[in-house]
Write a new protein. Sequence first.
Length: 262
Amino acid sequence: MGFEEPQTGNPHRLTIKQHVFPKKSIDRFSDENGLVQLFRADGTKVIRASSTNSLFCAKRVWDQSTEAGIGKTIEDRFQRLVNAILVGSSSVIGYFEKEVVEDFFSLWRTRQKFRAEGLEDFRLGGVEGDSLTKDQQEILERKHYIFCRDGVMPGRFAAGLHVFGYMNAFRHDNQHTQWGIVRAGEGEFIVPDCFQDMMIVPVSPKLMIIADQPNSILTRSEVAVINQTAIDRSTDYYFARRLSSCPVYRDSSPSLQRLFSK
């Protein structure tokens, strides 16, 4: 599915390259040169990439309101929590932290779904819509308004409704789920483009937040299990600070398996 090009020069600064996994989160996995090592599912070798690489992005799949409104709000709350964990001022995923983590995980997974499947335009019965110039349309979107063209709404405007819907369903389905802060005692973690059905949130090369796991330090073998899970769940790519520092192990331990229904 193609994307709608903005006007030449993008005068209203609409976000075109939309990160599925946040740029700040990718940057925490970067090396001293600001790059990660990335392996593409359709590739034959590891490439080095910065967090601005288009591989990490969808192209204007969701609207500006979803990008700069609800999406940014969820990301900002999560990044504040992560910073607190990394400096040691937060050490438990309690009641309030749980909501922050789950909203972020749901957003990440929903964005990946948008990126893979797109959002189809749809016709609104009985609505014709006003005749708007391209400039007027972009001004409206920049101000977080929705518009129709001849009774057809661009699919990206439905993204916000989907984000709220998936997020609320995820909260409901996981009311009793507990999360733990998990650290790699040896080795480093791999990040997939999305963990799909595994409730794992990457934080840094040595730290993840995982559902139904207590706060713990993992052995090299346990890190390898999570890394193999990341590889198995990835769709288009996976990355790490240094893939050579990331052990993998195909025979997963039952204590690290966590499947859930949508």
